[in-house]
Design a protein around this ligand. Sequence first.
Ligand SMILES: [Zn+2]
Length: 480
Amino acid sequence: MLARILELFGETTGLKTNFHKSTVVPIQCNNINLSDVLSGLPASRTSFPLKYLGLPLSMNRLKRVDFQPWIDKVSAKLSTWSGKNLSAAGRLTLVNAVLTSQVTYLLLALKPPQRVLDFIDSKRKQFLWAGSERLTGGKCKVNWVCAARPKQYGGLGILHLGFFSRALRLRWLWQEAKLLNTQRITKDIPCNMLDRRLFAAATSVRVGDGKSSLFWESAWLRGTTPRDTFPLTYSISNGKNRSIHEALSNNRWIHDLHFNHNDFSTAHIHEYCQLWCEVNQLRLMHNTPDLIKWKFTMSGQYTTQSAYQAQFCGSTCMNFNSIIWRAWAPPKCKFFSWLAVQNRVWTADRLARRGWPHNPRCVLCASCPESGLHLFAECCFTRHIWADLSIWAAITEIHHSSWQPVDSVHQWWSNLATSAVRSVKGLRTLIILVSWTIWCERNSRIFEHKEKTVTQTIAMIKEQIRLWILGGAKHLARLV
Ligand SMILES: [Zn+2]
């Protein structure tokens, strides 16, 4: 009979059921003889948990084992890559473009257990810092919390899975709020209380008929929620999930208040009176839907990117984006520069702090103790290079006699990268090029016991400048 119904459905709609791809999943059929009911239906029978549209589907709460295919998917990608043959910048691209994107679909629809996200994070972290090898403390040069931040806040722009997952889930709340005059779908949305609080803080509501906004949780009170503005009154309400329309009908919101509550005080009365005045000024407009606005975009519409960025509000902004990431340079040189400005390259002073083997003297000048600041800004070898380039390109600002005294690589780099020269973007490229060359020369002397003189190094830098210009460094061409 079921087969006949599906046939009729097919005749009506023009759609044909492919029984070879179909399965039957009984729900609450304990007292029914399914063999009779399903006789003649050539589809196979299965049970929960199962996979639907690529996602795990279960009658009960999903467990970690239900997410195992996604973990396997991420691990399978790693096994095909040879991490040791890729630079850190190459691995960063793969982490962002491939590993992170494996779980986007999953995160949009479900809220996986934190342990699943932690596991995927550990895989991403390991691949970024160690490639295919084992991750040790020495390889992990910047902690993961800092690396998984947007570039304007000093990170590598790797998506923070927890924040990204929340940003994707807020889409459900946005869609719910846009459902006009219909039943709310609150129970089925994979959002927790923190998601809802963030959503309320990120939106403002202009009340129309009050049917699609919540009285306590929606931000209709000059961009804030009554829950946040009047927390004491909220705490004694028995009707926390009412829409504005329901709450205002026959003053239901007042009847919901539990005035005999044990903690009831004069502060409650004060808040109640203030809220009463606010509600008294509210006029519902029939047949006019509530209007919700997203605060973090110009258009007032939700976007995942703005929801993600909003979770970094209050973070300290860093200038790495302008002085490094937006400059023209090969990605591996930019990655090195990002480490260097944070003093996270393994110079002698840092190796000494860890108690690891090192040569305390700078191998370039063989006289001073080696540190990041010494190597990139104070070493006579480095200063000789900059002085020569200053005369060659006729830029006085890059001569060390024009530099201010500084106490960190970041300060030196920022000062130099913001000098008033004819092409500041070109200068940023030049700083990356010179610092990278100095670092390579230092490593070559330590690990390969090969040495270039200052004159040879300067000649190599000039050759690199020529090649970088040919490669597309237009601003550098304008500078030199
Ligand atoms: Zn030196």
